[in-house]
Design a protein around this ligand. Structure first.
Ligand code: XCC
Ligand code: SF4
Length: 651
């Protein structure tokens, strides 16, 4: 079944109708997109795919083959594959954590009154994090507390001594495992620097030792940089609570000025959203004949905005060029990460103004307007004005009609609340429903969209297969956008697809069977949620014992590998697309990552490109964990009784 389906979908390049329409339009106009450039690259380098090329020193580059199994320095495939793996994780960790640092800087500037356009929106969380970090809160003004938190947070990146403070959140047995292997993450910068040092020529040349540091570096991301980014963003911009939003290219408006924000840091996009509702600017838009100003997001910035403000999402990673090809985008403002250089070319074919805003991320030939914390709102207004001024330059506009309504905003806090209700917010109902078997377990579907896979195909197929079998699905990143485009985060439609147990629970609490949990740094929310499930009791003492599993079959970035590894080192099974984890060139590394590492950490990697087969692996894993917990036996004996039913209803 899969093969036919896959070939069909591959021909269309995307399983999203709106994307298909725009892909066709671009082809008709002779414009190139990521799929065309992939075709031009084929066949891609087999050494690279397997992770066996090394260009770390100039005795090389060396490529490992049967004929030449050793690099000039004597390094073998195990060493080279492991080194490349660690370097990818160091880069991914850097990306998430440098994003976090930028947020921490704005956070501190806000506390010190140096960023007048930002305010602390969630002061409840501010106090909670203060308590966690040992910051005195009594009789202290918010700004003073925040300044202390900001200083501590900034310290997490470069402090000389000690380990990541957020890692203390993990279940105790997990922390013991990290201690035993001496991989409790220290300062983020330190782990990354050490990763680069270890992988230079002639340093760490034992694959297991290299992979051990890969875990430590990745943990500095998940339980460090990413978690800090999430928490500080929540305090600054508000913790997400469930609300509605719309997703796909159909959110663009024919008769309004369309502005796309694309990238990752909400520091920019939050201000553009604020500027777009400015009365004077709205009046200006009317003057040029537009009915209003429409802001929509792409990639993780989109997730941040939809979760917090209900701002619509135009698309995920592979839709960035397609959005411009609608001819309806007056301005696209980008910051950091996942911004294709190809955008510059596409933008030239249309009237779209492409603007870079982070001094860390410029594009040749593209106008740069730096976003500074001190003058953020003014800069945002300037960008909105540019967009308005550009409205008159529109040519032909083709906006696909597809859009879906989504219920979004499932932070760890809001899951707690929605499950337990206002008066007894807790994970108890979730744990109980996992124990009684209505929900078999939890699957995280995360990450990117890769032109090697039909866009969205594996994410949505996997999600459908899993909810059908009563697995609650949590999603982040571009996968969450894929699921929303498909209607899977819309309770009305998606519950029809859910198995009877999951459906009953979701209906009782009023949530969809696929939860959108935010951007990629928000995978840290899932670590916290897992920890809460453990703490709630009845499902084991550590994350590795609960029936939870993760997958990213369309991954592209180094960030995705870092995320995968921090989940593995936290005790979770993670599945990637077969050719999207470049370790196959070393049997030893593969055997360890796919098997041996489980003895050490309780989690491991697997590769499978077929979403139907991946679903089976995930289900088997979940049932295995349930068996080990002894909760499958309980289920057979127990019928639904009144107490069960009561537990399902929320006050
Ligand atoms: Fe990038 Fe975050 Fe991947 Fe999407 S999911 S392609 S990393 S935008 Ni993060
Ligand atoms: Fe070749 Fe070794 Fe240099 Fe890598 S470090 S390029 S394997 S000589």
């Amino acid at each position: 079944m899969l093969e036919e389906l896959l070939i069909m979908e591959l021909k269309k390049r995307s399983s999203d109708k709106a994307a298909q329409e725009m892909i066709e339009r671009m082809a008709d106009a002779g414009q190139q997109n990521a799929w065309d450039r992939l075709d031009a690259q084929l066949p891609q380098c087999g050494f690279g795919k397997q992770g066996v090329c090394c260009r770390i020193c100039t005795m090389g580059p060396c490529r490992i083959s049967k004929k030449a199994p050793l690099g000039v320095c004597g390094a073998n495939a195990d060493t080279i594959v492991a080194r490349n793996f660690l370097r990818a994780i160091a880069a991914g960790t850097s990306a998430h954590s440098d994003h976090a640092r930028a947020v921490a800087e704005v956070f501190l500037a806000t506390a010190r009154g140096e960023a007048p356009d930002y305010q602390f929106k969630d002061t409840v969380k501010l106090k909670r994090i203060a308590a966690e970090l040992g910051v005195e809160t009594e009789d202290r003004p918010v700004n003073e507390i925040a300044a202390k938190i900001g200083e501590i947070a900034l310290g997490e990146f470069g402090k000389a001594e000690g380990t990541q403070l957020m890692a203390r959140r993990a279940p105790k047995p997990r922390q013991e495992i990290w201690k035993k292997f001496d991989i409790t993450p220290r300062a983020v910068d330190r782990e990354v620097v050490e990763a680069l040092h270890r992988t230079t020529m002639g340093v760490d040349q034992d694959y297991k030792s290299i992979i051990m540091h890969a875990s430590r570096t990745a943990l500095a991301d998940g339980w460090g940089g990413s978690m800090l980014a999430t928490e500080l963003q929540d305090i600054l911009f508000g913790t997400p609570y469930p609300g509605r939003g719309e997703v796909n290219l159909g959110v663009l408006k024919e008769d309004e000025v369309n502005i796309i924000v694309h990238g990752h840091e909400p520091i920019l996009s939050e201000m553009i959203v604020a500027a777009a509702s400015n009365k004077e600017l709205l009046a200006e838009a009317k003057k040029v004949g537009a009915k209003g100003i429409n802001v929509a997001g792409i990639c993780c910035t989109a997730n941040e905005l939809l979760m917090r403000h209900g701002i619509p999402i135009a698309g995920n990673f592979l839709s960035q060029e397609l959005a411009i090809a609608t001819g309806a985008i007056e301005l696209m403002a980008v910051d950091v990460q996942c911004v294709m250089q190809g955008l510059a070319e596409v933008a030239k074919c249309f009237h779209t103004k492409l603007i870079t805003t982070s001094d860390k991320a410029k594009l040749t030939g593209v106008e740069h307007i730096a976003m500074e914390p001190k003058t953020a709102l003014n800069t945002a207004k300037e960008l909105v004005k540019m967009a308005i001024g550009n409205y008159k330059n529109r040519g032909r506009v083709t906006i696909p009609t597809e859009k879906q309504s989504a219920v979004v905003g499932f932070s760890h806090e809001s899951i707690n609340y929605i499950l337990g209700g206002r008066f007894r917010a807790s994970y108890r109902p979730l744990n109980d429903n996992i124990i009684n078997g209505r929900i078999r377990g939890i699957a995280a579907i995360v990450g990117c969209t890769n032109p090697k896979v039909p866009q969205d195909f594996t994410h949505t197929t996997l999600a459908e297969q899993l909810i059908k079998r009563d697995v609650l699905v949590v999603t982040t990143g571009c996968a969450t956008i894929a699921c929303s485009k498909r209607g899977l985060t819309n309770p009305k439609e998606a519950l029809e697809l859910a198995g009877p147990g999951l459906r009953e629970v979701c209906e009782a609490v009023g949530m969809p069977p696929v939860l959108t949990c935010g951007s990629c740094v928000d995978n840290s929310r899932l670590l916290v949620a897992c920890t809460e499930i453990v703490r709630e009791g009845g499902l084991g003492e550590d994350i590795s014992e609960i029936p939870v599993v993760g997958a990213c079959l369309e991954s592209i970035t180094e960030k995705a590998i870092a995320i995968g590894q921090y989940f593995v080192a936290s005790g979770v099974l993670i599945i990637f697309g077969r050719e999207l984890l470049p370790v196959s060139g070393s049997e030893n590394v593969s055997n360890y990552l796919f098997g041996g590492i489980e003895k050490d950490f309780g989690g491991r990697w697997a590769v499978e490109s077929d979403p139907f087969k991946a679903a089976e692996i995930m289900l088997a894993h979940i049932e295995g964990k349930r068996d080990a917990l002894g909760i499958n036996k309980v289920r057979e004996r127990k019928l639904y009784d009144m107490a069960d039913r009561r537990a399902l209803t929320v006050e």
